[in-house]
Design a protein around this ligand. Structure first.
Ligand code: 5GP
Length: 196
């Protein structure tokens, strides 16, 4: 693995309801560089249809903390004050790099800040919705969360938005296709800069 390969990290954050998951799928298919999705570990229980090792590594609290103590995580955070832990295993980065790809991390702002500290050259992208009202509408349209969870996510989104200027790029997900193209252009330019 070349030294340069280890610089290849893309971090994408944005409030749930910013249309992240659809965009992530499209990006993995269409990006002009090879994106290898980092599979996060979490203590959150799987939702119906979620598969261990594909969507997440679903760990017990004890297993998560054991790996944490062993230094296996690049970053970790408790997301949405939910009591559930989420984290990026360093082995996921190695997996991406050994395949000659960019490690693609879809993580929250707390995690992103930690990645930025360790990898200042990481390509960090904050995805936001055109307006706070639109964000709330999308969150509710999903219909998967309780009112309490929705309120918590709205409060978190507000806080996250305040940290968006720490990211290298802010992309507004108004039109999905436009946002995908915009990120593809960013990746093309970043890859070019690394090969220069
Ligand atoms: P969900 O429970 O809906 O799958 O994910 C909730 C949030 O956890 C998402 O906004 C996502 O960005 C964040 N998340 C997922 N994996 C990680 C991770 O490895 N580290 C951090 N810090 N956040 C994560």
């Amino acid at each position: 693995m070349s030294q340069g390969q280890q610089e290849r990290i893309v971090v994408l954050s944005g409030p749930s309801g910013s249309g992240k998951s659809t965009l992530v799928r499209l990006l993995v298919d269409r990006a002009p560089v090879k994106l290898v999705m980092s599979i996060s570990a979490t203590t959150r229980p799987p939702r119906p249809n979620e598969v261990n090792g594909t969507d997440y590594w679903f760990l017990t609290d004890a297993e998560f903390r054991k790996r944490l103590a062993e230094g296996q995580f690049l970053e970790h955070a408790e997301v949405f004050s939910s009591g559930f832990l989420y984290g990026t295993l360093s082995s996921e980065m190695d997996r991406a790099w050994s395949q000659g790809g960019w490690a693609f991390l879809e993580i929250d702002v707390q995690g992103a800040m930690k990645v930025m500290q360790q990898y200042p050259n990481a390509v960090t992208i904050f995805l936001c919705t055109p307006s706070p009202g639109e964000f709330e509408r999308r969150l509710r349209a999903r219909g998967t969360e309780s009112e309490e969870v929705i309120q918590r996510r709205l409060a978190t989104a507000e806080k996250e938005l305040q940290l968006s200027d720490r990211y290298k790029y802010v992309v507004v997900n108004d039109q999905l296709e436009t946002a995908v193209s915009e990120i593809c252009e960013i990746l093309k330019a970043e890859e070019k800069a690394r090969n220069a």
